[in-house]
Design a protein around this ligand. Structure first.
Ligand code: FAD
Length: 622
């Protein structure tokens, strides 16, 4: 049957990409359908119940700054929060939260169900309606046809999913869920480049069978950090500790002795796995000299005894998994509640996408999440938000929007994917961003919320809170810039014990704050009438003052590059005819078809000299 109501946007898949895509589209006022296998698994964490971490928290906070759900759901479901790299500079600091799997999922479902303009429907999508290279709708596996202006595909690890436990294989999208085979076949018939990747997950353990007395306890931070800019500590449920265990030589011997029963090492798995989240067999094999690896024993929630042993993802047979687990101190009597497994799935070469995440071959069709070769909830959520936004803009006949590399990690992620493609599951790191000092997790709202408001993504509550914060930062920075401290004054005396060198001339407070030995609290306490500021505001005032020089230098570099960003490369440009380019560079440009000169400059192997040649060529064409 044809469904009677027409939608502006249809999103397929209710995972991390799909939920952010559907929410973004609906927030922009588009009638949106979220079509997913199973309403009970909306927002399900397929692997470890944790959000954030190095590079990833930056994405979560950017999603938040643009009005998305992930950070708020983390504040509602987080049972342990820590700031990683807390002693390092603000550019690499990262908030990580252990989430209660059930509470996180419930929070996401609550946000979805309360979102105006959003309709949820439980069915598997089996086919796309494509007409004249343009997608017109979706057909479910039971034959219901939904029509829309644009479609976003967020099917995660489900396309052609094959689960491996030892040499046994079964078809599945993840443990307990069916694969999407009909849709996978349909997509393989379209002109996209498709390949296989794999990922894995560890066995889960019953806490009642673990001896915590011999494990190292790792509590969360105090005071407890929050993930969302709108987050409050009183939103968090009860906080708990994680624990640390270690593999040992016996564990490693067991793994090495059974490698021939691993689907990865016996050649059964073709797909490439995540380099930065390797299986335990991979770690033991690759780092043969290491006699021990750390394992974080993380609770799966407050109302369950299940534990997630982070660091022993494996596809070895169950009997070996059990021996491996029981070889570890503290886990000698551990009961495995669910075996670990690896999953292989189809992904589509992201070089076949535009920056908007629309596919190059089928108009109005967008891809987001693991389907694009990434790994991780945060990477998926960020892409989902962007694809949902652009699918909505397409439905409204507006031009696409995406952030540049100097504006957001989301910009880095998308630009890396569509420019370089990926041969292994792609995850975000701070090292992937050139302008780390500008793209901090603490200032994602200052970078993006204003644009998000213009795009229609940010509601009144967030906008109000953001505006108050931004104004308070400006006001306090101005106050510090206008207030002087004289040598010999009461203020100077108050600082004397903290300063490396005593003051010999007058200084503005803002300049004193730049000194490494002083903090905002030291300066703020000097004046009797100093304002009582929110932590987020005082942190910002301090960071902006201390890093001003570096930030300005990065901004200069960006301004230079922006000139190239505004130079489009015509889609019809014949690189074979551009004199002076090497054969290799011509080939790379031909393949990537960069949209701007700056985009061309970022393709690996495209040298600054090649960029100059392109610039000259463009001038000659005019
Ligand atoms: P998913 O979260 O997979 O969501 C896909 C959604 O689409 C599901 O709701 C599904 O039901 C729905 N769907 C699929 N096909 C259809 C269809 N035809 N019709 C309707 N609905 C459909 N990430 C890490 O960062 N580190 C890890 O170590 C890690 N290990 C993993 C191990 C395993 C076994 C798995 C399965 C995943 C692992 N991940 C890991 C990846 C992480 O789960 C994903 O990156 C993330 O969930 C991707 O989000 P997504 O929205 O793209 O897809």
């Amino acid at each position: 049957m044809n469904y009677p109501d027409r939608f502006d946007v249809i999103v397929i898949g209710g995972g991390h990409a799909g939920t952010e895509a559907a929410l973004a589209s609906a927030r922009m006022g588009c009638q949106t359908l979220l079509l997913t296998h199973n309403i009970e698994t909306l927002g399900q964490m397929s692997c470890n119940p944790a959000i954030g971490g190095i590079g990833k928290s930056h994405l979560v906070k950017e999603i938040d700054a643009l009005g998305g759900a992930m950070a708020l759901a983390t504040d509602l479901g987080g049972i342990q929060f820590r700031v990683l790299n807390a002693r390092k500079g603000p550019a690499v600091r990262a908030t990580r939260a252990q989430a209660d799997r059930i509470r996180y999922k419930a929070a996401i479902r609550g946000i979805l169900e309360n979102q105006p303009n959003l309709t949820i429907f439980q069915q598997a999508a089996g086919d796309l309606v494509v007409d004249n290279d343009t997608v017109r709708g979706v057909v479910t596996e039971t034959g219901i046809r939904f029509f829309s202006e644009s479609v976003v595909l967020c099917t995660g690890t489900f396309l052609g999913g094959v689960i491996h436990i030892g040499l046994d294989q079964s078809r599945g999208g993840r443990a307990g869920d069916p694969p999407s085979n009909a849709l996978a076949e349909r997509l393989r018939a379209l002109p996209f480049r498709v390949d296989r990747l794999k990922t894995g997950t560890p066995p889960r353990l019953d806490a009642k069978s673990v001896d915590f007395s011999v494990l190292e306890e790792q509590p969360g931070d105090t005071p407890t950090p929050t993930m969302s800019y709108l987050g409050r500590r009183d939103m968090h449920p009860r906080q708990v500790s994680c624990h640390i265990a270690h593999t040992n030589e016996q564990t490693h011997e067991l793994i090495m002795a059974n490698l021939d029963r691993s689907p990865m090492y016996s050649g059964v798995i073709e797909g490439v796995g995540p380099r930065y989240c390797p299986s335990i067999e991979d770690k033991v094999h690759r780092f043969a000299g290491k006699s021990s690896h750390q394992i974080f024993i993380e609770p799966e929630g407050l109302d369950t005894h299940e534990l997630y042993p982070n660091g022993i993802s494996t596809s070895l047979p169950f009997d070996v998994q059990l021996q491996v687990v029981r070889s570890i101190k503290g886990l000698e009597n551990a009961h495995i509640t669910r075996p670990g497994y690896a999953i292989e799935y189809d992904f589509f070469d992201p070089r076949d996408l535009k920056h908007s995440l629309e596919t190059r071959f089928i108009h109005n069709l967008f891809f987001a999440g693991q389907i694009n070769g990434t790994t991780g909830y945060e990477e998926a959520g960020a892409q989902g938000l962007l694809a949902g936004l652009n699918a909505a803009r397409r439905a409204k006949e507006l031009d696409a929007w995406w952030p540049r590399r100097d504006e957001a990690y989301l910009g880095v992620l998308v630009d890396d994917l569509i420019t370089l493609g990926t041969k292994e599951p792609y995850r975000m790191f701070t090292s992937r961003a050139e302008y780390r000092l500008l793209l901090r997790e603490d200032n994602a709202d200052l970078r993006l919320t204003e644009t998000g408001r213009e795009l229609g993504l940010v509601d009144d509550v967030r906008w109000e809170a953001f505006s108050l914060k931004r104004d308070a930062i400006d006001k306090e920075s101005q106050r510090l810039a206008a207030t002087w401290v004289q040598p010999g004054s009461a203020e100077a005396d108050a600082l004397a014990g903290k300063l490396d060198k005593p003051l010999t001339r007058e200084h503005r407070m803002i300049d004193l704050l730049k000194r490494p030995e002083l903090t905002y609290a030291d300066i703020a306490n000097l004046a009797e009438d100093s304002p009582m500021l929110d932590e987020q505001v005082s942190e910002q005032v301090q960071i902006q003052a201390k890093y001003q020089g570096y930030i300005e230098r990065q901004q200069d570099e960006i301004d230079k590059l922006k000139r190239h960003e505004a130079t489009p490369l015509p889609a019809t440009l014949d690189y074979q005819k551009v004199e002076g380019l090497s054969h290799e560079i011509r080939q790379k440009l031909d393949q990537a078809r960069p949209e701007t000169l700056a985009h061309a400059a970022r393709i690996s192997g495209v040298t600054p000299a090649a960029v100059s040649i392109l610039l000259v060529h463009l001038k000659k064409r005019r």
